[in-house]
Design a protein around this ligand. Sequence first.
Ligand SMILES: C[S@@+](CC[C@H](N)C(=O)[O-])C[C@H]1O[C@@H](n2cnc3c(N)ncnc32)[C@H](O)[C@@H]1O
Length: 256
Amino acid sequence: MKELHEKTRSLVRKAYGTVAKRSVSCCSGSSCCGTAPAASEGELGLSCGNPVAFSKIKKGMTVLDLGSGAGKDVFIAAPRAGAKGKVIGVDMTPEMLKLAAKNLVKFTARTGLKNVEFRKGLIEKLPVKDGEADLLISNCVINLSPDKPAVFREAFRALKPGGCLVVSDIVLNRELPPALKKHAGLYAACVAGALQRLDYLGAIKAAGFKGLKLLNDNKYRSGGGCSDPITDKAAKALDGAASSVTVFAQKPGAKK
Ligand SMILES: C[S@@+](CC[C@H](N)C(=O)[O-])C[C@H]1O[C@@H](n2cnc3c(N)ncnc32)[C@H](O)[C@@H]1O
């Protein structure tokens, strides 16, 4: 099982390493998640939602972004957390971390803030201390993990009691045909690895989170503006099969 997990991560790492090197969005023909526009630092956005917009970030908070990529959400969250707060981005792809570091130089020059840190690591084994974060965000990443329950257990460990999770991700509304389920390109494109929505919410609850709320729920229809050879071919089978959701949940315990 461990080997299979590493094989999956290696496929994902390779796909996003290529994306980072080219600094292109999925509309430029590569198989990856999302098509969000670049933010101020010119960084690459590969998202399927906007977890920061749904989060109540206060000055002084420590925010943890799982699968931070080029840093888009990190750089939006950091001014809100302020100089006394901190935003930590975790990603496993060296090329993405390199791009994020480049974007961080521009961010610091623009804002004067020194409250951002990128750490190399797996979201299934987060490089953070127990209870290090007040808020955990993630944007179109957990579907890529070969072990989603482990990600939510780690998210729970990383949060302080009373801390919140706000994640945007892809979930499935029905089973995909077996050929698509096994499609490596569609896995990297954030669809084939996605869980059924009830399983996704169940994994969050099983990790110990309470008060789950669906903050956003958008069904994907095929035939959008993006031309991707893989998704175009599978358009019919995919139409309405997946949704982008943003989920809120809380770790029980006393709030600060
Ligand atoms: C679709 S991109 C999203 C990036 C960013 N959240 C955004 O919205 O632009 C997925 C990112 O998650 C990272 N990733 C995927 N699986 C991971 C894992 N198991 N551990 C750590 N990072 C992972 C990839 O390297 C990639 O940078």
